[in-house]
Write a protein that binds this ligand. Structure first.
Ligand code: CP3
Length: 344
C-alpha cells in the first residue's frame, strides 16, 4: 500500500491530512546547528552522505512528520554543473553573475558524477527511514535557479533576470532549456535512488508577467513532469510556483503536476476552486504564525484545514521554517493537525 503522503499527492484525500514542513531541517533545531558546525561548510553538509542523511532524519526523529525531505539545496544543481557557488556567513548564497557566454560552459556530463553523493544519501535514507514517512526529493525550478545565477545570489526585484528575458530572449531560453534538462536528470537520479515524490521549488515565479510566467515557469514544469511521468509514472510531482496567486490554475493545467504548493499569501478555498481535483494542494500556514504559536496559530490551522476538507491536501507551511522558530511550536502544530482528525 502506498504511504499516506504519496497517496494524497496522487489525489486521494485523507483526514487528518499528512504533514511535513518546508525547511524542516535547519537552524531552528539545536541538533542541526551542531551538525552544521561539525561539517564546517554548508556545501560539505549537502554533499557528504552521512551528514546529509543525519540532517534529513533529525526533524523526522524528533517530530514524526509524514514526509522526510532530502537535505540538500536547490543551488547544488548549478554547483554540479561546474558553476561557482559559496555560502557566505550571514549573506546567503553567492554565485558568479551569469554572462551569456557562460551558458555553453554548463557541463551536463558532470552532473551524474557530481550528484553521486546525493544518490548515496537517498539510498541510505530509504534504509534508515522507518515507519510511514515518505522520502521527498527536490530541485529548484529552472527559472528560480536562473535567477540566482543571473543575479549572482539573492535579489529584491530580479531586475537583471527579467531584463535578460526581455532583451536576450534566445540566451534566456537556452539557459532555461539547459537547466530544464539538468533538472530532469537530477530528479530522475533521485527517484532511481529511492525518492518517493519530488518537489519543484519555483520561489521567484511570482516576479514574472503572466506571459513570461507561462513560458518560463509553467512550460518548463510541463517538460519536467512529462519526462518524469514517462519514466516514473507512479512518482508524484509537486510544483511550487511561489507568489503565482491567480495563475495557480493556469500553472496546474499547463504543467500537469500532481500537486500544487500554496504560499502564505494564497487563499486555500479560492485555490481549491482554481485548481481542479484530483490535483492535490499543499500548504500553507504562515511560517510567522508557527513562530508566534498559541491561539493565532490554532486559528490559522483551523481555517486552512476547514477550507480544504474533502480535498487531497498535504498540510505544510507557506514558505520555509524561520530559524528563530521554537521547536516546541512545531510539536504543537503537529499535535493540532493530528488532533483535528481525532476530533472529527
Ligand atoms: O529541510 C528542507 O526543506 C530541505 C533542505 C532545503 C534547503 N534549502 C536547506 C538549506 C531545501 C528544500 C532548500 C530549498 C531552497 N534553497 C530554496 C527554495 C525554497 C525557498 O526558500 O524559497 C531556495 C531559494 C534556496 C536557496 C538558499 N539556500 C538560500 C537563499 C539560502 C540562504 C538563506 C538561509 O536561509 O540561510 C540557502 C541556505 C540553506 N539551504 C540553509 C538550509 C538549511 C541554511 C544554511 C545554513 O545552515 O547556514
Amino acid at each position: 500500500m502506498a504511504k499516506k503522503l504519496v497517496s494524497v499527492l496522487r489525489g486521494t484525500p485523507s483526514w487528518p491530512p499528512p504533514l511535513w514542513l518546508m525547511r524542516q531541517a535547519g537552524r531552528y533545531l539545536p541538533e542541526y546547528r551542531a551538525l552544521r558546525a561539525r561539517a564546517g561548510d554548508f556545501i560539505t553538509l549537502c554533499t557528504t552522505p552521512d551528514l546529509a542523511v543525519e540532517a534529513t532524519l533529525q526533524p523526522v526523529r524528533r517530530f514524526g512528520m509524514d514526509g522526510a525531505i532530502l537535505f540538500s539545496d536547490i543551488l547544488i544543481l548549478p554547483w554540479a554543473l561546474g558553476y561557482g557557488l559559496r555560502f557566505a556567513e550571514g549573506e546567503g548564497p553567492v554565485l558568479p553573475r551569469l554572462q551569456p557566454e557562460d551558458i555553453a560552459r554548463l557541463d551536463l556530463d558532470r552532473l551524474e558524477p557530481a550528484l553521486a553523493p546525493v544518490q548515496e544519501a537517498i539510498a541510505r535514507l530509504r534504509v534508515g527511514l522507518d515507519g510511514d514517512a515518505a522520502l521527498i526529493g527536490f530541485a529548484g525550478a529552472p527559472f528560480t535557479v536562473a535567477c540566482y545565477m543571473i543575479e549572482g545570489g539573492g535579489s529584491k526585484d530580479h531586475a537583471r533576470t527579467r531584463a535578460m528575458a526581455y532583451r536576450q530572449p534566445r540566451d534566456f531560453e537556452h539557459l532555461l532549456a539547459v537547466l530544464t534538462e539538468a533538472t530532469i536528470t537530477s530528479l530522475s537520479l533521485q527517484i532511481a535512488a529511492g525518492a518517493e515524490a519530488v518537489m519543484l521549488f519555483d520561489s521567484w515565479a511570482g516576479v514574472l508577467s503572466p506571459s513570461l510566467f507561462r513560458r518560463f515557469v509553467a512550460n518548463p514544469a510541463a517538460r519536467i513532469k512529462a519526462a518524469l511521468g514517462e519514466r516514473f509514472p507512479e512518482i508524484p510531482v509537486i510544483g511550487f510556483p511561489r507568489l503565482a496567486g491567480g495563475l495557480l490554475g493556469v500553472y496546474a493545467e499547463i504543467s500537469g503536476v500532481d500537486a500544487v504548493g500554496m504560499d502564505t499569501a494564497t487563499d486555500p478555498a479560492l485555490t481549491a476552486a482554481l485548481v481542479a481535483a484530483p490535483v492535490a494542494l499543499q500548504g500553507n500556514l504562515d511560517p510567522v504564525a508557527l513562530l508566534a504559536g498559541g491561539a493565532a496559530m490554532t486559528a490559522e490551522v483551523a481555517r486552512i484545514l476547514g477550507a480544504l476538507r474533502g480535498r487531497a491536501h498535504v498540510f505544510n507551511l507557506g514558505h520555509g521554517i524561520l530559524p528563530e522558530t521554537p521547536p516546541a511550536h512545531v510539536a504543537e502544530l503537529i499535535a493540532l493537525v493530528r488532533g483535528a482528525g481525532e476530533a472529527a
